[in-house]
Write a protein that binds this ligand. Structure first.
Ligand SMILES: Nc1ncnc2c1ncn2[C@@H]1O[C@H](COP(=O)(O)OP(=O)(O)O)[C@@H](O)[C@H]1O
Ligand SMILES: O=C(O)C(=O)C[C@H](O)[C@H](O)COP(=O)(O)O
Length: 292
């Protein structure tokens, strides 16, 4: 999506963001140069879509899988801030990305060509029902084939037709995953979990072998194959904008974990990156400000 963030004095800064893009961006910033990170989405044929493609390429994110749709444009969102905590306004009903899974062969081919698949509750929420089912069938297939499938529920009630559809579809997303990376405040608020243990238990019972719960300034709890660990958050002097805290954590974590297979060390790295991200405006913080 195109992102409008606060630039001071009533001015808005234009950027590009969206939860899966943010995660790809931080993974790319943190991963070994020899690894490739590709973004699978749909864009339009307008100037803004061209600019986004150029921006992804400049960041080193592969764009060959991106479908261009005639007459369409990217979605738009604006970050609203209250004491550093973000909320979003969206203009995305007609975005090109809603058609990202409309071509099942293309989707299957893209997934077959990769070792790791990352998607989110927002990915599922913006798709027409039958396309969400297509994507879920492919992520189940990928997991069964031994690929590492990673899912962040990223619960956004406004994007879903109803609570029941949201609950069922997010549960299916988790069931088709090797690792689920939820944020505890969302899970407690929307799915009624009264503890981090309850969230871990729910996702493991659905069939996700690994769960990593992010909990804002209270750090992160991991349960990898039944082994539980806790990693505290970094202390942040001033929380400026929490947009992308969770996505940057996910991208940084995956970059380290895929290389080292050390979940705790990777979470320790991810809390450091996320701490830098909440200290700046907007979803994507420049690599030289991440302290890598
Ligand atoms: N106020 C904060 N101080 C320090 N670290 C933070 C803060 N807020 C978020 N983080 C870091 O970002 C990670 C993700 O934040 P969280 O708020 O749980 O995700 P989301 O943005 O998805 O709601 C946390 O696990 C933590 O490491
Ligand atoms: O809401 C959406 O659809 C977006 O993708 C916009 C934001 O860039 C991410 O939501 C940020 O995600 P957090 O890491 O949870 O702060």
């Amino acid at each position: 999506m195109v992102e409008l963030s606060q630039a001071g004095g009533g001015l808005l800064r234009k950027g590009f963001a969206g939860d899966t893009l943010n995660t790809a961006w931080y993974a790319r910033a943190c991963i070994q140069p020899a690894w490739s990170v590709d973004y699978f989405t749909a864009l339009g044929d307008d100037a803004m879509s061209d600019e986004m493609i150029a921006f992804f390429e400049e960041a080193g994110i592969g764009t060959n899988l991106i479908r261009r749709i005639k007459g369409k444009a990217p979605g738009l969102y604006m970050i609203n801030l209250r004491n550093g905590e973000r909320s979003f306004s969206y203009w995305r009903d007609n975005s090109a990305a809603r058609q990202l899974a409309a071509d099942p062969d293309r989707l299957r081919e893209a997934i077959e060509g990769t070792d790791v698949v990352y998607f989110s509750g927002i990915t599922l929420a913006i798709l027409p029902r039958e396309d969400a089912d297509t994507l879920l069938a492919e992520t189940r297939r990928a997991k069964a084939a031994g690929k590492f499938v990673v899912f962040d529920p990223n619960i956004r009630p406004r994007l879903w037709a109803s609570y029941d559809v949201m609950h069922t579809t997010i549960s299916e997303g988790a069931r088709s995953s090797s690792l689920v990376m939820p944020s505890f405040d969302d899970e407690a608020l929307h799915f009624g979990d009264d503890s981090i243990e309850a969230t871990i238990h729910r996702y493991r019972a659905l069939g996700a072998p690994n769960v990593l719960i992010k909990n804002g300034a209270d750090g992160a709890t991991l349960n990898f194959a039944g082994q539980e660990d806790f990693v505290p958050a970094e202390t942040v002097k001033e929380v400026v904008d929490t947009t992308s805290a969770g996505d940057s954590f996910n991208g940084a974590f995956l970059a380290k974990y895929l290389e080292t297979k050390d979940a705790v060390a990777s979470a320790c790295f991810a809390v450091k990156v996320a701490a830098r991200v909440v200290s700046e405006h907007g979803a994507l913080v420049a690599k030289d400000k991440l302290g890598l």
